[in-house]
Write a protein of this length. Structure first.
Length: 140
């Protein structure tokens, strides 16, 4: 099973980034390293960046420590694009952990990406801490 951790690191997440980093570290500590899962850490603002793609959990923890919430401009953000990219890094039956406070771009194919995750039997866990745009954009 593979895992993707997808995190909004825009400036609006400044008040939450320390808690998110702590939660990521706590989650990483629960991963059974003997199963040799590959873990991707994918961050997004207006663009999506793969920060880590590794089986080395200690290296992953070091990358988590470097995360900072800054920039990103105004809402919306590349949240759906980040999910689409994460789906390419997760094997069937894997899981994605997703955190944001921003709505996706208006033309983002939210349902298409969710259908992709469902078709690959990928478990999707989302923490949405707010929405600086359309409050229904991630609920539709």
């Amino acid at each position: 099973m593979d895992i993707a951790l997808v995190v909004d690191i825009t400036g609006s997440m400044q008040g939450e980034i320390d808690g998110i980093k702590a939660a990521l570290k706590q989650f990483i500590a629960t991963i059974d390293a003997s199963q040799s899962p590959t873990v991707a850490l994918i961050v997004f603002k207006d663009v999506v960046t793969v920060k880590a793609f590794t089986k080395d959990l200690d290296a992953l923890l070091k990358v988590v420590d470097t995360l900072k919430a800054e920039g990103g401009g105004t809402c919306p953000e590349a949240s759906v694009e980040a999910l689409a990219k994460s789906a390419r890094h997760v094997k069937e039956g894997g899981q994605i952990w997703f955190t944001t406070d921003a709505s996706p771009y208006p033309d983002a194919d939210v349902l298409g990406v969710l259908d992709l995750l469902k078709s690959q039997n990928i478990r999707f866990n989302a923490t949405v801490t707010g929405d600086c745009g359309d409050v229904n954009s991630l609920n539709e």
